[in-house]
Design a protein around this ligand. Structure first.
Ligand SMILES: NC(=O)c1ccc[n+]([C@@H]2O[C@H](COP(=O)([O-])OP(=O)(O)OC[C@H]3O[C@@H](n4cnc5c(N)ncnc54)[C@H](OP(=O)(O)O)[C@@H]3O)[C@@H](O)[C@H]2O)c1
Length: 270
């Protein structure tokens, strides 16, 4: 996810020499420095690397796993500029958890991004913290907006956004896997089948985005489904297997898992 955010920012015009990243291991720091052309400090080499990088920054993206976010906030707390905005990309970690671990009054933003940010087609849900000004929200939204669609929303909605968009790219990849597998089962070369699936999902996604507001997904689907035709037979098969319901259940399970992790992090899991 961090690579996706970083490449999105760099493609969107942030200058590489204005970015300092950190990683845990030296090997990973070296790899990322080569890949993205930015300075990457390794926590393994110098235990103050996170604090050092954060202390110089106006905007700090925290991209460790959810259970490590609060520790990382404690680690960088004393070196932060009071006006620096601390942005988390972690699922399940609330604004309150971050604010409690940072100096009083520190501006905080909770986000839920998705990996298509790396190709300029991501989605980011953004929840402002208690001490975050409108100007700071706009500036982080502008930063992320160069590589995706940014939606500012209430924190109660962020798990739903996770279920639809944070985890969503995996649903599209899952669909591509099975479309390609069907092609192979029908005798296509695996590479050709994978290309057909990828390009079809890409093209359909582009149509969806470009037609938004005029035709929703259901209308676009109806437009390409002639009665008693080939597509119609496929959709009947999906409906018979209640695929629509299964997809809704999957997205809801993702959101429920995010809420469950929040409870675990707070230590009040059932
Ligand atoms: N994956 C997704 O699609 C997605 C979507 C939305 C949000 N997120 C959120 O993104 C975050 C990262 O997820 P991920 O899947 O990208 O994880 P990941 O691949 O494991 O990346 C975590 C990175 O954090 C670094 N790191 C760990 N501990 C560190 C420390 N103490 N100091 C400095 N760097 C440290 C790791 O460095 P090393 O490489 O050296 O280990 C690694 O580069 C999570 O909070 C997740 O909830 C992920």
């Amino acid at each position: 996810m961090n690579g996706a955010i970083l490449s999105g920012l760099l493609t969107g015009g942030v200058e590489a020499d204005r970015v300092v990243a950190t990683a845990r291991s030296s090997a990973s720091a070296r790899r990322s420095a080569e890949q993205y052309g930015v300075q990457v400090l390794a926590e393994e080499e110098s235990t103050g690397a996170n604090a050092e990088a954060a202390g110089k920054a106006d905007v700090i993206f925290l991209g460790v796993k959810p259970p490590q976010i609060v520790d990382l906030c404690h680690q960088i707390a004393s070196s932060l500029k009071p006006s620096a905005v601390v942005v988390s990309v972690a699922a399940a970690v609330t604004v309150e958890m971050m604010e409690e671990a940072l100096p009083a009054g520190q501006p905080v933003i909770r986000t839920m991004p998705n990996t298509p940010l790396s190709v300029g087609a991501g989605v980011v849900g953004l929840v402002p913290g208690t001490h975050t000004s409108q100007e700071q929200v706009e500036s982080v939204a502008e930063l992320l907006g160069t590589s995706g669609a940014v939606h500012v929303l209430d924190e109660e909605q962020i798990d739903a956004l996770t279920g639809v968009a944070g985890s969503g790219p995996a649903y599209a990849f899952y669909l591509a896997e099975h479309m390609a597998a069907a092609g192979v089962e029908m005798g296509l070369d695996p590479e050709l089948a994978a290309d057909l699936a990828a390009q079809t999902i890409y093209g359909a996604g582009k149509m969806l985005v470009e037609n938004r507001g005029e035709n929703d997904a259901a209308q676009l689907r109806r437009d390409v489904t002639s009665p008693r035709g080939t597509t119609s037979r496929a959709i009947e098969t999906f409906d018979a297997a209640e695929m629509g319901r299964t997809i809704r259940q999957g997205a809801q399970a993702s959101a429920a898992r995010a809420a469950e992790i929040t409870r675990q992090l707070r230590g009040d899991a059932a």
